[in-house]
Ligand binder design. Structure first.
Ligand SMILES: Cc1cc2nc3c(=O)[nH]c(=O)nc-3n(C[C@H](O)[C@H](O)[C@H](O)COP(=O)(O)OP(=O)(O)OC[C@H]3O[C@@H](n4cnc5c(N)ncnc54)[C@H](O)[C@@H]3O)c2cc1C
Ligand SMILES: *[C@@H]1O[C@H](CO)[C@@H](O)[C@H](O)[C@H]1NC(C)=O
Ligand SMILES: *[C@@H]1O[C@H](CO)[C@@H](O)[C@H](O)[C@H]1NC(C)=O
Length: 366
């Protein structure tokens, strides 16, 4: 074993690539780390999902396993970030959620335990009837319920992505903008790489060496509007289930981020153009859910946004792989976070670091 510290290459500069690189830095203070990507914070492209997220922490994991644990770790890390780095763009903010279905039908419960894993963590309580009525109420004959998540987070993605990048730069992480057709091609340009982290999101489908055809986009459209004069004190969600194509949401973004109105979940839809009829419906639904927004026709629209959530049939993949064509270099995959890339980011990055540790122990190219 040589005494040289391992050299890391991280492919992708979305929330996943940036967070993974920072977590690696904590564990390997003297390692050379390079982030390689087509897009960096500040860019707006349909091929770069992270800037288009809402975003908030409101877990929809219910696997009694890794996904719940990623979200738990991230919750605690967000808490720490809010306390230590107010400039990071994250704030604590409660959520009021109205579900138009019976709890058992919402997909919220963890099957094995019959419970909501984050009940205590998020400080769940039932909304009162008046509170439910204040967000549009439930229609005649519709069974449903309302919950307050007293503890949750809202993220100004524009500020937060830049903060992650600045932290990376200040910790000596190298950034290179270049597009690679394959992992192999990236490794050829960076021959001293010990280990590569693949955090390319949907970019995947075009990487030649292993096309993961179980990846697909879940299109999400939102409207960014100005903040009303009286700040909205909480986030709102209305949905038949925790994840549903018709979910309506209002996320006030902290630090001058405006208010994000959503949304849609359109599986397999690659269209980058905003659908103006859908935008109109979203604004109407949101004003009903959160009357403090005022009337739809009075909203000050800043932008219409479309993002493609990097979905994967079997869910998020955080795994190690080795292939002969990569010349003994291990690849740790970290992709397919779909609609949970922010709220699971620090937990899945922690798993990346664990897998990297195992790969290095196994003596990969050392
Ligand atoms: C409308 C909407 C709302 C959302 N709301 C939330 C929310 O409230 N909470 C939440 O947690 N999540 C939310 N999400 C999901 C979240 O945005 C994603 O899970 C997350 O951004 C995925 O990040 P990523 O780093 O994997 O991918 P990306 O951000 O797409 O980053 C991929 C990176 O890889 C690079 N890349 C790809 N291919 C190549 C290549 N061949 N060569 C070089 N570079 C390459 C790209 O340039 C980019 O830097 C939302 C998403 C949408 C669309
Ligand atoms: C997005 O990526 C696809 C696949 O690589 C490419 O064909 C397309 O031109 C890209 N779109 C933009 C706007 O960059
Ligand atoms: C890299 O990750 C993408 C998903 O982002 C996946 O589809 C692809 O197969 C991975 N690339 C390699 C070479 O394994």
């Amino acid at each position: 074993m040589s005494s040289q510290p391992p050299t890391f290459l991280v492919l992708g500069a979305g929330v996943i690539g940036l967070t993974s690189a920072l977590s690696l830095r904590d564990q390997y203070p003297s390692s050379p780390i390079t982030i390689l990507a087509t897009h960096f914070p500040g860019d707006r492209s349909i091929n770069y999902t992270s800037p288009w997220a809402g975003a908030n922490w409101c877990s929809f994991a219910h696997d009694n396993g890794p996904l719940e644990s990623y979200d738990r770790t991230t919750f605690h890390k967000f808490s720490e970030i809010v306390d230590k780095y107010p400039e990071a763009g994250i704030r604590r903010m409660p959520i009021w959620a109205v579900f138009e279905a019976r709890l058992e039908e919402t997909g919220i419960l963890t099957e094995e335990t019959g419970k909501v894993w984050y009940e205590e963590l998020a400080g769940l309580r039932d909304l009162t009837e008046e509170e439910v009525a204040s967000c549009g109420g439930l229609e005649e004959g519709v069974e449903g319920f309302g919950w307050a998540y007293e503890k949750a987070f809202t993220v100004n993605t524009q500020v937060y992505l830049n903060w992650l990048q600045n932290r990376a730069l200040s910790k000596g992480i190298n950034t290179v903008r270049r597009t690679y057709p394959s992992i192999k091609a990236a490794l050829l340009d960076f021959p001293s790489t010990t280990l590569l982290v693949n955090a390319t999101g949907l970019g995947s489908l075009t990487l030649e060496d292993v096309k993961d055809t179980t990846m697909y986009p879940t299109r999400g459209q939102t409207v960014l509007v100005s903040e009303p004069k009286v700040p909205i004190p909480r986030m709102y969600i209305r949905s038949p289930g925790r994840l549903d194509p018709t979910t309506t949401y209002v996320f006030p973004r902290p630090f001058g981020g405006g208010v994000i109105l959503g949304g849609s979940r359109q599986e397999g839809d690659w269209s980058a153009e905003p659908d103006m009829q859908l935008a109109k419906e979203i604004m109407e639904r949101c004003c009903k859910l959160c009357p403090a927004l005022g009337r739809p026709e009075d909203l000050q629209i800043v932008s219409h946004n479309v993002g493609l959530r990097p979905s994967r049939k079997e869910g998020t993949r955080v795994e190690r792989e080795k292939k002969s064509e990569w010349g003994g270099v291990s690849v740790v995959h970290c992709y397919g976070h779909s609609g949970a890339g922010y709220q699971s980011s620090w937990g899945s990055a922690e798993r990346v670091v664990e897998l990297v540790g195992k790969a290095l122990e196994a003596g990969v190219k050392l």
